[in-house]
Design a protein around this ligand. Structure first.
Ligand code: SPQ
Length: 420
Protein backbone atom coordinates (compact mmCIF):
# COMPACT_ATOMS: atom_id res chain seq x y z
CA UNK A 1 0.00 0.00 0.00
CA UNK A 2 1.20 3.48 -0.91
CA UNK A 3 1.32 5.71 2.18
CA UNK A 4 -0.53 8.94 1.37
CA UNK A 5 1.28 11.89 2.87
CA UNK A 6 -0.65 14.38 4.96
CA UNK A 7 0.46 18.03 4.94
CA UNK A 8 -0.09 18.75 8.60
CA UNK A 9 -1.19 16.97 11.76
CA UNK A 10 -4.01 19.04 13.20
CA UNK A 11 -7.15 17.76 14.86
CA UNK A 12 -8.76 15.73 17.60
CA UNK A 13 -8.63 11.95 17.72
CA UNK A 14 -10.35 9.35 19.88
CA UNK A 15 -8.12 6.29 19.77
CA UNK A 16 -9.72 2.87 20.32
CA UNK A 17 -9.93 1.21 23.71
CA UNK A 18 -6.93 -0.08 25.60
CA UNK A 19 -6.00 -3.56 24.35
CA UNK A 20 -4.69 -4.86 27.68
CA UNK A 21 -7.78 -3.72 29.60
CA UNK A 22 -10.17 -5.00 26.90
CA UNK A 23 -8.66 -8.52 27.06
CA UNK A 24 -8.85 -8.55 30.85
CA UNK A 25 -12.45 -7.29 30.91
CA UNK A 26 -13.59 -10.24 28.79
CA UNK A 27 -11.50 -12.82 30.64
CA UNK A 28 -12.32 -11.69 34.17
CA UNK A 29 -15.92 -10.93 33.17
CA UNK A 30 -16.25 -14.54 32.00
CA UNK A 31 -14.95 -15.78 35.37
CA UNK A 32 -17.14 -13.41 37.40
CA UNK A 33 -20.66 -14.13 38.58
CA UNK A 34 -23.14 -11.96 36.75
CA UNK A 35 -23.10 -9.53 33.86
CA UNK A 36 -19.98 -7.52 33.06
CA UNK A 37 -20.77 -4.55 30.88
CA UNK A 38 -17.78 -3.19 28.97
CA UNK A 39 -17.82 0.17 27.18
CA UNK A 40 -15.01 1.46 24.98
CA UNK A 41 -13.97 -2.12 24.15
CA UNK A 42 -11.27 -2.50 21.48
CA UNK A 43 -12.81 -4.51 18.65
CA UNK A 44 -9.35 -5.25 17.25
CA UNK A 45 -8.37 -8.70 16.04
CA UNK A 46 -6.53 -9.66 19.25
CA UNK A 47 -9.41 -8.88 21.60
CA UNK A 48 -11.86 -10.58 19.23
CA UNK A 49 -9.66 -13.69 19.53
CA UNK A 50 -10.12 -13.52 23.30
CA UNK A 51 -13.91 -13.28 22.87
CA UNK A 52 -13.85 -16.22 20.48
CA UNK A 53 -11.92 -18.39 22.96
CA UNK A 54 -14.35 -17.70 25.80
CA UNK A 55 -17.38 -18.27 23.57
CA UNK A 56 -15.82 -21.64 22.80
CA UNK A 57 -15.86 -22.33 26.52
CA UNK A 58 -19.58 -21.65 26.81
CA UNK A 59 -19.59 -17.96 27.72
CA UNK A 60 -22.24 -15.82 26.06
CA UNK A 61 -20.72 -12.54 24.90
CA UNK A 62 -22.59 -9.89 22.92
CA UNK A 63 -20.77 -7.23 20.92
CA UNK A 64 -22.42 -4.03 19.74
CA UNK A 65 -19.76 -1.71 18.31
CA UNK A 66 -17.50 -0.92 21.28
CA UNK A 67 -20.01 -2.13 23.89
CA UNK A 68 -19.59 -5.69 25.05
CA UNK A 69 -21.73 -7.66 27.47
CA UNK A 70 -20.17 -10.71 29.10
CA UNK A 71 -22.50 -13.16 30.84
CA UNK A 72 -20.06 -14.50 33.41
CA UNK A 73 -20.51 -17.99 34.82
CA UNK A 74 -18.18 -17.84 37.79
CA UNK A 75 -14.69 -19.19 38.38
CA UNK A 76 -15.87 -22.77 37.80
CA UNK A 77 -18.37 -22.08 35.03
CA UNK A 78 -16.22 -22.56 31.92
CA UNK A 79 -16.92 -25.69 29.91
CA UNK A 80 -14.43 -27.81 28.01
CA UNK A 81 -13.91 -26.38 24.52
CA UNK A 82 -14.75 -28.86 21.78
CA UNK A 83 -11.79 -27.76 19.65
CA UNK A 84 -8.31 -26.30 20.01
CA UNK A 85 -8.57 -22.67 21.17
CA UNK A 86 -7.18 -20.29 18.55
CA UNK A 87 -5.57 -17.09 19.81
CA UNK A 88 -4.59 -15.56 16.45
CA UNK A 89 -1.73 -13.07 16.81
CA UNK A 90 -2.32 -12.38 20.50
CA UNK A 91 0.38 -13.12 23.06
CA UNK A 92 -1.84 -11.72 25.81
CA UNK A 93 -4.69 -14.12 25.01
CA UNK A 94 -2.34 -17.09 24.79
CA UNK A 95 -0.40 -16.50 27.99
CA UNK A 96 -3.31 -15.37 30.17
CA UNK A 97 -5.40 -18.33 29.03
CA UNK A 98 -2.63 -20.68 30.21
CA UNK A 99 -3.06 -19.32 33.73
CA UNK A 100 -6.85 -19.75 33.63
CA UNK A 101 -6.90 -23.17 31.98
CA UNK A 102 -4.22 -24.76 34.19
CA UNK A 103 -6.60 -24.92 37.17
CA UNK A 104 -9.76 -26.08 35.37
CA UNK A 105 -11.33 -29.51 35.76
CA UNK A 106 -11.08 -30.16 32.02
CA UNK A 107 -8.34 -30.51 29.42
CA UNK A 108 -7.73 -27.98 26.66
CA UNK A 109 -5.27 -26.97 23.96
CA UNK A 110 -4.21 -23.61 22.52
CA UNK A 111 -2.53 -22.42 19.36
CA UNK A 112 -2.24 -19.23 17.34
CA UNK A 113 -0.87 -17.88 14.06
CA UNK A 114 2.69 -18.32 12.73
CA UNK A 115 4.01 -15.48 14.92
CA UNK A 116 2.39 -16.89 18.09
CA UNK A 117 3.87 -20.30 17.37
CA UNK A 118 7.35 -18.73 17.57
CA UNK A 119 6.79 -16.75 20.79
CA UNK A 120 8.15 -18.25 24.01
CA UNK A 121 5.51 -19.79 26.27
CA UNK A 122 8.08 -21.42 28.59
CA UNK A 123 8.00 -18.20 30.60
CA UNK A 124 4.45 -19.03 31.72
CA UNK A 125 4.70 -22.83 31.52
CA UNK A 126 7.60 -22.89 33.99
CA UNK A 127 5.99 -21.03 36.93
CA UNK A 128 2.60 -22.65 36.27
CA UNK A 129 4.30 -26.09 36.38
CA UNK A 130 5.77 -25.12 39.75
CA UNK A 131 2.14 -24.64 40.83
CA UNK A 132 1.41 -28.19 39.70
CA UNK A 133 0.06 -27.35 36.24
CA UNK A 134 0.38 -29.95 33.50
CA UNK A 135 1.21 -28.15 30.27
CA UNK A 136 2.88 -29.87 27.35
CA UNK A 137 5.28 -27.83 25.16
CA UNK A 138 6.95 -24.45 25.50
CA UNK A 139 5.72 -23.20 22.13
CA UNK A 140 2.20 -23.41 20.71
CA UNK A 141 0.37 -25.70 20.33
CA UNK A 142 0.11 -26.13 24.09
CA UNK A 143 -1.78 -29.05 25.63
CA UNK A 144 -3.14 -28.39 29.11
CA UNK A 145 -4.41 -31.07 31.48
CA UNK A 146 -6.57 -29.36 34.10
CA UNK A 147 -5.51 -30.16 37.65
CA UNK A 148 -5.39 -28.93 41.26
CA UNK A 149 -2.88 -26.13 41.78
CA UNK A 150 -0.85 -25.02 44.77
CA UNK A 151 0.37 -21.52 45.52
CA UNK A 152 4.01 -20.52 44.93
CA UNK A 153 6.31 -17.64 45.81
CA UNK A 154 7.76 -16.64 42.45
CA UNK A 155 10.45 -14.10 41.63
CA UNK A 156 9.99 -13.07 38.03
CA UNK A 157 13.10 -13.38 35.84
CA UNK A 158 11.71 -10.81 33.34
CA UNK A 159 9.42 -7.80 33.65
CA UNK A 160 6.25 -9.13 32.02
CA UNK A 161 2.63 -8.32 32.78
CA UNK A 162 1.57 -11.42 30.87
CA UNK A 163 3.66 -13.78 33.00
CA UNK A 164 2.57 -11.98 36.16
CA UNK A 165 -1.08 -12.16 35.16
CA UNK A 166 -0.95 -15.84 34.17
CA UNK A 167 0.38 -16.70 37.64
CA UNK A 168 -2.15 -14.47 39.43
CA UNK A 169 -5.06 -15.99 37.49
CA UNK A 170 -3.84 -19.50 38.31
CA UNK A 171 -3.49 -18.28 41.91
CA UNK A 172 -7.27 -17.70 42.04
CA UNK A 173 -7.64 -21.50 41.79
CA UNK A 174 -4.62 -22.54 43.91
CA UNK A 175 -4.51 -23.77 47.50
CA UNK A 176 -2.39 -21.55 49.78
CA UNK A 177 -1.35 -18.09 48.75
CA UNK A 178 0.48 -17.18 45.57
CA UNK A 179 3.11 -14.45 45.64
CA UNK A 180 4.57 -12.86 42.50
CA UNK A 181 7.67 -10.70 42.96
CA UNK A 182 8.39 -8.38 40.04
CA UNK A 183 11.87 -7.09 39.20
CA UNK A 184 10.41 -3.97 37.63
CA UNK A 185 6.85 -2.74 37.72
CA UNK A 186 4.88 -3.89 34.68
CA UNK A 187 1.33 -2.83 33.72
CA UNK A 188 -1.03 -3.49 36.62
CA UNK A 189 -4.45 -3.63 34.94
CA UNK A 190 -5.03 -7.18 36.19
CA UNK A 191 -4.38 -6.27 39.82
CA UNK A 192 -6.72 -3.26 39.58
CA UNK A 193 -9.54 -5.22 37.93
CA UNK A 194 -9.21 -8.24 40.22
CA UNK A 195 -9.32 -5.91 43.22
CA UNK A 196 -12.45 -4.17 41.87
CA UNK A 197 -14.11 -7.59 41.38
CA UNK A 198 -13.47 -8.56 44.98
CA UNK A 199 -10.58 -11.03 44.60
CA UNK A 200 -8.38 -11.60 47.62
CA UNK A 201 -5.39 -9.67 46.23
CA UNK A 202 -2.83 -7.44 47.87
CA UNK A 203 -0.23 -5.28 46.14
CA UNK A 204 2.84 -4.19 48.06
CA UNK A 205 5.03 -2.29 45.61
CA UNK A 206 6.67 -5.01 43.47
CA UNK A 207 5.11 -7.92 45.39
CA UNK A 208 1.60 -9.14 44.66
CA UNK A 209 -0.22 -11.73 46.77
CA UNK A 210 -3.38 -13.50 45.69
CA UNK A 211 -5.37 -16.18 47.52
CA UNK A 212 -7.84 -18.78 46.32
CA UNK A 213 -11.04 -16.96 45.46
CA UNK A 214 -14.53 -18.45 45.35
CA UNK A 215 -16.36 -15.55 43.80
CA UNK A 216 -15.54 -12.62 41.49
CA UNK A 217 -18.29 -10.00 41.24
CA UNK A 218 -19.23 -8.66 37.82
CA UNK A 219 -18.54 -4.94 37.34
CA UNK A 220 -18.97 -2.29 34.66
CA UNK A 221 -15.69 -1.58 32.88
CA UNK A 222 -15.15 1.71 31.02
CA UNK A 223 -12.09 1.05 28.87
CA UNK A 224 -10.02 4.21 28.30
CA UNK A 225 -8.27 4.90 24.99
CA UNK A 226 -5.02 3.00 24.49
CA UNK A 227 -1.91 5.10 25.13
CA UNK A 228 -0.01 2.64 22.92
CA UNK A 229 -2.26 3.75 20.03
CA UNK A 230 -2.13 7.42 21.02
CA UNK A 231 1.67 7.17 20.89
CA UNK A 232 1.73 7.21 17.06
CA UNK A 233 0.01 10.60 16.96
CA UNK A 234 2.02 11.95 19.87
CA UNK A 235 5.23 11.34 17.93
CA UNK A 236 3.81 12.52 14.58
CA UNK A 237 2.54 15.81 16.05
CA UNK A 238 5.81 16.39 17.90
CA UNK A 239 7.83 16.22 14.70
CA UNK A 240 5.60 17.51 11.90
CA UNK A 241 5.79 21.34 11.70
CA UNK A 242 2.69 23.40 12.64
CA UNK A 243 0.98 20.45 14.28
CA UNK A 244 -1.44 20.27 17.17
CA UNK A 245 -3.25 17.05 17.95
CA UNK A 246 -5.49 16.31 20.92
CA UNK A 247 -6.15 12.68 21.76
CA UNK A 248 -9.15 12.40 24.07
CA UNK A 249 -9.89 9.97 26.89
CA UNK A 250 -6.49 8.22 26.96
CA UNK A 251 -5.49 5.85 29.77
CA UNK A 252 -2.57 7.29 31.70
CA UNK A 253 -2.06 4.51 34.24
CA UNK A 254 1.47 5.27 35.56
CA UNK A 255 2.65 1.79 34.51
CA UNK A 256 2.01 2.81 30.89
CA UNK A 257 3.15 6.44 30.62
CA UNK A 258 6.85 5.97 29.89
CA UNK A 259 6.19 7.41 26.40
CA UNK A 260 5.10 10.73 27.92
CA UNK A 261 8.14 10.88 30.19
CA UNK A 262 10.56 10.11 27.36
CA UNK A 263 9.01 12.50 24.83
CA UNK A 264 9.00 15.30 27.42
CA UNK A 265 12.64 14.52 28.19
CA UNK A 266 13.34 14.87 24.45
CA UNK A 267 11.71 18.32 24.50
CA UNK A 268 8.17 17.49 23.35
CA UNK A 269 5.31 19.90 24.04
CA UNK A 270 2.71 17.69 25.77
CA UNK A 271 -0.13 18.80 28.03
CA UNK A 272 -2.65 16.69 29.91
CA UNK A 273 -6.15 17.98 30.59
CA UNK A 274 -9.36 16.63 32.16
CA UNK A 275 -7.34 14.23 34.29
CA UNK A 276 -9.64 11.90 36.21
CA UNK A 277 -9.85 8.36 37.54
CA UNK A 278 -12.30 5.61 36.69
CA UNK A 279 -12.18 2.24 38.52
CA UNK A 280 -8.58 2.85 39.50
CA UNK A 281 -7.44 3.72 35.96
CA UNK A 282 -6.27 7.31 35.34
CA UNK A 283 -7.49 9.01 32.17
CA UNK A 284 -6.71 12.33 30.42
CA UNK A 285 -6.95 14.25 27.16
CA UNK A 286 -3.45 14.60 25.72
CA UNK A 287 -2.49 17.54 23.50
CA UNK A 288 0.78 17.49 21.57
CA UNK A 289 2.23 20.39 19.57
CA UNK A 290 5.27 20.54 17.26
CA UNK A 291 8.61 20.98 18.95
CA UNK A 292 12.31 20.43 18.40
CA UNK A 293 13.32 17.08 19.84
CA UNK A 294 16.74 16.13 21.11
CA UNK A 295 18.27 12.69 21.59
CA UNK A 296 18.16 10.82 24.89
CA UNK A 297 19.04 7.55 26.60
CA UNK A 298 16.21 5.14 27.43
CA UNK A 299 16.84 2.15 29.69
CA UNK A 300 16.32 0.63 33.12
CA UNK A 301 12.98 0.41 34.86
CA UNK A 302 11.22 2.75 32.44
CA UNK A 303 11.38 0.02 29.76
CA UNK A 304 8.31 -1.98 30.90
CA UNK A 305 6.39 1.32 31.02
CA UNK A 306 6.94 1.90 27.29
CA UNK A 307 7.92 -1.47 25.85
CA UNK A 308 5.27 -1.44 23.09
CA UNK A 309 6.03 2.18 22.19
CA UNK A 310 9.72 1.63 21.42
CA UNK A 311 9.26 1.30 17.62
CA UNK A 312 7.47 4.68 17.47
CA UNK A 313 9.93 6.20 19.97
CA UNK A 314 12.64 5.11 17.52
CA UNK A 315 10.84 7.23 14.89
CA UNK A 316 11.01 10.21 17.27
CA UNK A 317 14.75 9.56 17.70
CA UNK A 318 15.30 9.73 13.93
CA UNK A 319 14.06 13.34 13.92
CA UNK A 320 15.73 14.37 17.19
CA UNK A 321 19.03 16.20 17.19
CA UNK A 322 21.86 14.07 18.50
CA UNK A 323 22.05 10.46 19.55
CA UNK A 324 19.36 8.31 21.15
CA UNK A 325 20.34 5.06 22.84
CA UNK A 326 17.70 2.44 23.67
CA UNK A 327 19.02 -0.24 26.03
CA UNK A 328 17.72 -2.96 28.40
CA UNK A 329 15.04 -3.76 25.84
CA UNK A 330 15.86 -7.41 24.93
CA UNK A 331 12.16 -8.19 25.40
CA UNK A 332 11.55 -6.53 22.03
CA UNK A 333 13.05 -9.62 20.41
CA UNK A 334 10.11 -11.82 21.49
CA UNK A 335 7.20 -9.64 20.40
CA UNK A 336 5.06 -10.17 17.27
CA UNK A 337 8.39 -10.03 15.44
CA UNK A 338 11.93 -9.21 16.62
CA UNK A 339 11.23 -5.48 16.92
CA UNK A 340 14.90 -4.52 17.32
CA UNK A 341 15.93 -6.25 14.08
CA UNK A 342 12.79 -5.13 12.22
CA UNK A 343 13.19 -1.45 13.17
CA UNK A 344 16.90 -1.40 12.31
CA UNK A 345 16.48 -3.18 8.96
CA UNK A 346 13.55 -1.06 7.83
CA UNK A 347 14.98 2.26 9.05
CA UNK A 348 18.25 1.59 7.19
CA UNK A 349 16.27 1.54 3.93
CA UNK A 350 15.69 5.31 4.39
CA UNK A 351 19.37 6.07 4.98
CA UNK A 352 18.91 6.40 8.75
CA UNK A 353 22.07 6.09 10.83
CA UNK A 354 20.96 3.27 13.18
CA UNK A 355 22.87 0.41 14.80
CA UNK A 356 21.45 -2.74 16.34
CA UNK A 357 22.77 -3.67 19.80
CA UNK A 358 22.20 -6.76 21.96
CA UNK A 359 19.53 -5.05 24.01
CA UNK A 360 18.29 -2.21 21.83
CA UNK A 361 19.58 0.24 19.24
CA UNK A 362 21.51 3.48 18.76
CA UNK A 363 20.11 6.16 16.46
CA UNK A 364 21.99 9.23 15.27
CA UNK A 365 19.13 11.57 14.42
CA UNK A 366 18.44 14.97 12.96
CA UNK A 367 19.23 14.24 9.30
CA UNK A 368 16.79 14.17 6.42
CA UNK A 369 15.67 10.75 5.25
CA UNK A 370 14.17 9.27 2.11
CA UNK A 371 11.00 7.20 1.67
CA UNK A 372 11.23 3.44 1.09
CA UNK A 373 9.31 0.23 0.43
CA UNK A 374 8.79 -1.08 3.95
CA UNK A 375 8.09 -4.55 5.33
CA UNK A 376 5.89 -4.79 8.42
CA UNK A 377 6.67 -8.46 9.30
CA UNK A 378 2.93 -8.78 9.98
CA UNK A 379 3.44 -6.70 13.14
CA UNK A 380 0.77 -4.07 13.84
CA UNK A 381 3.13 -1.74 15.70
CA UNK A 382 5.70 -1.92 12.90
CA UNK A 383 2.98 -1.09 10.33
CA UNK A 384 1.85 2.00 12.22
CA UNK A 385 5.36 3.18 13.18
CA UNK A 386 6.56 2.87 9.58
CA UNK A 387 3.49 4.75 8.35
CA UNK A 388 4.38 7.65 10.65
CA UNK A 389 8.01 7.47 9.53
CA UNK A 390 6.78 7.62 5.92
CA UNK A 391 4.89 10.84 6.67
CA UNK A 392 8.12 12.51 7.73
CA UNK A 393 10.41 11.17 4.99
CA UNK A 394 11.26 12.94 1.72
CA UNK A 395 9.57 11.13 -1.18
CA UNK A 396 7.10 8.27 -1.30
CA UNK A 397 6.85 5.06 0.71
CA UNK A 398 4.87 1.84 0.65
CA UNK A 399 4.18 -0.82 3.28
CA UNK A 400 3.58 -4.45 2.37
CA UNK A 401 0.80 -5.12 4.89
CA UNK A 402 -1.40 -2.33 6.22
CA UNK A 403 -4.09 -4.83 7.30
CA UNK A 404 -2.13 -6.01 10.34
CA UNK A 405 -2.80 -2.65 12.06
CA UNK A 406 -6.27 -4.17 12.77
CA UNK A 407 -4.73 -6.21 15.58
CA UNK A 408 -4.82 -3.16 17.85
CA UNK A 409 -6.11 -0.19 15.81
CA UNK A 410 -8.64 -1.04 13.07
CA UNK A 411 -9.22 2.63 12.05
CA UNK A 412 -5.61 3.76 12.21
CA UNK A 413 -5.34 4.93 8.60
CA UNK A 414 -8.72 6.74 8.70
CA UNK A 415 -7.57 8.62 11.80
CA UNK A 416 -4.16 9.38 10.28
CA UNK A 417 -5.53 10.69 6.98
CA UNK A 418 -8.30 12.55 8.82
CA UNK A 419 -5.75 14.85 10.48
CA UNK A 420 -5.26 17.20 7.52
O1 SPQ B 1 -0.57 -9.48 23.25
P1 SPQ B 1 0.75 -9.25 22.60
O2 SPQ B 1 0.77 -9.86 21.23
O3 SPQ B 1 1.90 -9.75 23.43
O4 SPQ B 1 0.88 -7.67 22.43
C1 SPQ B 1 1.89 -6.69 22.74
C2 SPQ B 1 1.66 -5.50 21.75
O5 SPQ B 1 2.60 -4.91 21.22
O6 SPQ B 1 0.49 -5.16 21.57
C3 SPQ B 1 3.32 -7.19 22.68
F1 SPQ B 1 3.69 -7.62 21.55
O7 SPQ B 1 1.63 -6.12 24.04
C4 SPQ B 1 1.84 -6.77 25.30
C5 SPQ B 1 2.94 -6.08 26.06
O8 SPQ B 1 4.15 -6.05 25.36
C6 SPQ B 1 0.55 -6.70 26.07
C7 SPQ B 1 0.71 -6.97 27.52
C8 SPQ B 1 -0.49 -7.24 28.35
O9 SPQ B 1 -1.61 -6.87 27.96
O10 SPQ B 1 -0.30 -7.81 29.46
C9 SPQ B 1 1.94 -6.96 28.15
C10 SPQ B 1 3.21 -6.73 27.42
O11 SPQ B 1 3.84 -7.98 27.20
P2 SPQ B 1 4.80 -8.66 28.31
O12 SPQ B 1 5.44 -9.82 27.57
O13 SPQ B 1 5.79 -7.62 28.68
O14 SPQ B 1 3.99 -9.12 29.41
Amino acid sequence: MQIRKIKKAVGTIKVPGDKSISHRAVMLGSLANGITSVSGFLSGADCLSTIDCFRNMGIEINIDDDNVIVYGKGLHGLKQPNKMLYTGNSGTTTRLLCGILAGQKFNSSITGDASIQKRPMGRVVKPLSMMGAKIENEFCPLYITGTNLKGIDYKMPVASAQVKTAILLAGLYANDETVVREIEKSRDHTELMLGAMGADINVDDLNITVRKTENLSAIDVNVPGDISSAAFFMVLASIMPNSEVTITNVGINPTRTGIIDVLKDMGADITLENVHTNAGESIADITVRSSNLKGTTIGGDIIPRLIDELPIIAVAAVFADGTTTIKDAEELKVKETNRIRAVVDEFKKCGIDITETDDGMIIHGGKSISGADFKTYGDHRMAMSLSVLAQLADGDSTIDDSQCACVSYPNFFDDLYGLE
